[in-house]
Design a protein around this ligand. Structure first.
Ligand code: HEM
Length: 100
């Protein structure tokens, strides 16, 4: 459902801003978006993850400039995925933090 074109426009496109104008609950109530699963076996780490992710990501962006290994432009990064229990990139992202 997370990639259903009947629900999401251009679902394969990385477009985080698509979530700004929607009132979809990500805590297992609206099945269009269930990053933490739903029901009795849903992720018990949801609240911890929700609190920590903003702090971690914000700190990494605030404190460092980032360069992709091989001086690749962001648009040239291979976003291919490989099949597995969890979704992984075919080519791992190697980014170098540079202190500001
Ligand atoms: C962005 C962060 C995270 C995401 C996207 C995520 C996602 C998920 C998903 C999709 C499941 C499977 C739910 C299901 O079967 O319906 C799961 C299960 C689980 N997660 Fe997370 N998780 C995250 C962070 C965490 C953290 C921080 C913890 C612990 C500190 C955690 C602990 C667990 C455990 C123990 C299960 C197994 C629950 C069970 O099978 O009953 N997760 N998670």
């Amino acid at each position: 459902m997370g990639r259903d074109p009947n629900i999401w426009s251009d679902p394969e496109m990385f477009m985080p801003e698509r979530f700004l104008d929607v009132k979809i609950d990500y805590k297992g109530q609206d099945f269009e978006l269930i990053p933490f699963g739903a029901g009795r076996r849903m992720c018990p780490g949801l609240n911890l993850a929700n609190r920590m992710l903003h702090i971690i990501l914000g700190s990494l962006i605030h404190k460092f400039d980032w360069k992709v290994v091989g001086n690749k432009r962001p648009q040239d990064i291979d976003m291919g995925e490989k099949f597995g229990i969890t979704l992984q990139k075919v080519e791992p992202l190697m980014a170098i933090p540079m202190k500001l």
